[in-house]
Every structure is written in C-alpha cells, then in structure tokens.
Design a protein around this ligand. Structure first.
Ligand SMILES: Nc1ncnc2c1ncn2[C@@H]1O[C@H](COP(=O)(O)OP(=O)(O)O)[C@@H](O)[C@H]1O
Ligand SMILES: [Mg+2]
Length: 343
C-alpha cells in the first residue's frame, strides 16, 4: 500500500500565507499601530521592517495588507523592488494595482495619473527588498511616492543601515518607525512547524515525530523558510520511498536539497556587480581593502560596465560577506587595512 504523508501540498509552498502567523505578535501589533492613523484619516506612519531572510517580514506585511484591504477603505499596494528595480517599473506596478491604465512612457504622466487616483485616499505602499535598489533609485522612489498623496510607506529590508542613511531631502519627510524581525529560536520554529502541520493541515496525523521536527528546527538556524522547505522536502522523500513516517534520513536529505536550492537562488539574485567582485577575488588569493575598489573600477571598465560608487561597492561587499561568498581578515600590518578572501 502506498503511504501518504502530505495532506495538502499547497500549504507547504513558499507563497502560502497561513491564516495566522505564530511568534510574530509583537511585530504585527507594532505594524498595525504604525498604520492605524488612517482610521482617523491621517496619513499612516512610515515604517521599516528589517531582519535576516526567513524571519517572516514578507509574510507579515502581506498579512497586514490583506487585513487592511478587507476591513478598511484605505488602499494598499505591494511591490517587490528586486523584480522592479527602477522608479518606472515601480510606478507601473502601482498603476496596475490601482487599476490606472497608462500607456505613456513619461514619468510625469504616470505620476499625475496616480496622484489623481489616490487623491484624498489614505494609502499604504509596501516596498519589499528595498535594499536591492541602488541608493539613488531608492531616494527617488521614496521622494516620488511620498508626493502621491496621503501615503504611508512600509519598507522591507535585510539591513537597517541601508535605509537609515538616505538623503536628507528624504529623511526630512520620512520618519521611519523601525520594526525588528530577529531570527527565530528553535522553540519558535518548532511552534511554526507544528502550526503548519496541524492547524493548516499540511501532513496527515502520525506521519512525523517531535524528534524529527526538533531536528528540522535546529538545522534551520532561525530561518522559517529553510525550516518549512526542509519539512516539505523530507515529506516528499518519505512519500516517494513509500514510508509511513518521515525519518531522520529524510530530513538530512531534505536539508541538503534546500541548502543547494538556497545557494542557487542567492546566486541568481546577485547583480552583475556582485558577480564581478566575486570573479576578481577568485583570481587572487587575497585583496586588501585599499586596492579592492580600484581593481573593481578597472575590471568594470574593461567589461564595459559602469562602475558604481564606492558606497555601493561597499554595500555589495557587505552582501557577499553576509552570504558567505567572502571573508574578511585583519591584515598583519599597522593601520586599518583589511584583507578580503573568497570562500
Ligand atoms: N511566524 C511565522 N509563522 C508561519 N510561517 C512563517 C512565519 N514566519 C515565516 N513564515 C514562513 O516562512 C517563509 C519565509 O517567510 P518570509 O516572510 O518570506 O521571510 P522574509 O521575508 O523575512 O525573508 C514563508 O513561507 C512564510 O510563510
Ligand atoms: Mg521577504
């Protein structure tokens, strides 16, 4: 008899938003508080949701936007800035969501049409992955969106630093309330996994043990995406092998598969500049912090790419360090020289 483990495959997919998000009550309350001025027809506060990947930022913001849509007359918008990296594309997505038809190419027409549509309405615009925009683009985007009407902006970002160092012309208009999304503890991941399995009915009863879930929670190291995807992959492994329960070996295999997928996904999301930097570093054993930017500029010129500013370059380096492509060592010389190495 073939064993069945997965009761509802949709519940284990990335896009699924559960009916409630356990372990994120304090963030939900803060976000709702920031946005709540619209009840009195006052512009909502702007806020910045920040934290490492897999900590529920996108899920929580989408959840709250859904609630706004269902329960209020305020308009709400969601744009992923990784997929829409220019002001023009972001305006197009907003126009689509506001059902404004725009065939013109010019910014000013787009902005004027949107302004007309949003006039006197309270709106919340969520910008996901804002740290993937160039700093100049982010400044322009925030400036233009704030001009559209009574707009509260929710920025979502891995790092807080990036957003709090904006142009003064922006920071004088925006006063971000900051909402932190820390990594989940093992116990919290356990609650999230159980919630997904039992409340959302992802798996049939008696197809998993507490021990298996504890193992997944530990491997996921605070990342709910990795936890749920590992569970998903382990469940498929066990089902394929016609087992009646998920075993430890299924979890090990599942986790390996997820790690590989995560790496590929990260790599796909790197910009050509990130890739150029990795390439430069791979050709040498190590590069000192004083030489690195010039090497990058030279190589970018050679490849016909427009070199980014030193500030953007430093942001790229920070991304690559965070993603474990690069490590940093202190040079054994005087001063503040650091050495970069490929991993
Ligand atoms: N508190 C939570 N409860 C239930 N599922 C969660 C929770 N936090 C994250 N998830 C799930 O984990 C995955 C990653 O969450 P996501 O919001 O995309 O993370 P982030 O945007 O911080 O990278 C999604 O499938 C999401 O549904
Ligand atoms: Mg996200």
């Amino acid at each position: 008899m073939s064993a069945e483990i997965i009761a509802d495959p949709d519940v284990l997919e990335e896009e699924y938003i559960p009916p409630s998000l356990p372990c994120r009550d304090s963030q939900r309350i803060k976000l709702v508080y920031c946005l709540s001025p619209f009840k009195h027809r006052i512009r909502p506060y702007d806020c910045l949701c920040h934290g490492p990947p897999g900590t529920g930022k996108t899920a929580l913001v989408k959840y709250v936007l859904d609630q706004i849509r269902e329960n209020t007359t305020a308009l709400s918008f969601y744009v992923n800035c990784w997929e829409n990296r220019t002001l023009n594309l972001i305006l197009e997505r907003l126009a689509e969501q506001a059902s404004v038809v725009i065939s013109e190419v010019s910014y000013s027409v787009k902005i004027a049409r949107l302004k007309k549509k949003l006039k006197n309405k309270i709106c919340v615009i969520a910008l996901d992955e804002v740290d993937k925009l160039d700093r100049k683009d982010l400044n322009d985007v925030l400036y233009v969106l704030k001009e559209l009407g009574k707009v509260g902006i929710v920025c979502i970002s891995n790092t807080r630093k990036y957003v709090i160092t904006l142009d003064p012309r922006i920071t004088s208009r925006l006063n971000f309330r900051s909402i932190n999304f820390p990594r989940y503890s093992d116990d919290e991941l356990l609650i999230i996994l159980k919630h997904r399995i039992e409340n959302c009915r992802a798996l049939y009863p008696n197809t998993y043990s507490k021990k298996i879930l504890e193992k997944i929670a530990e491997l996921a190291a605070g990342d709910a995406r990795v936890a749920i995807q590992t569970l998903r992959s382990a469940a498929y492994n066990a089902e394929r092998a016609k087992k009646s329960k998920i075993m430890e070996t299924d979890v090990d295999k599942g986790y390996e598969a997820v790690k590989e997928i995560k790496r590929k996904y990260e790599l796909e999301r790197l910009t050509p500049h990130h890739k150029l930097i990795i390439g430069i570093l791979k050709k040498r054993k190590e590069i000192s912090s004083t030489d690195f930017y010039n090497l990058y500029k030279r190589e970018a010129d050679k490849q016909g790419m427009l070199a980014k500013s030193r500030r953007s370059f430093n942001n790229y380096l920070a991304d690559l360090i965070e993603l474990n492509y690069i490590k940093i060592e202190r040079a054994k010389v005087r001063g503040n020289v650091r050495l970069f190495k490929a991993i």
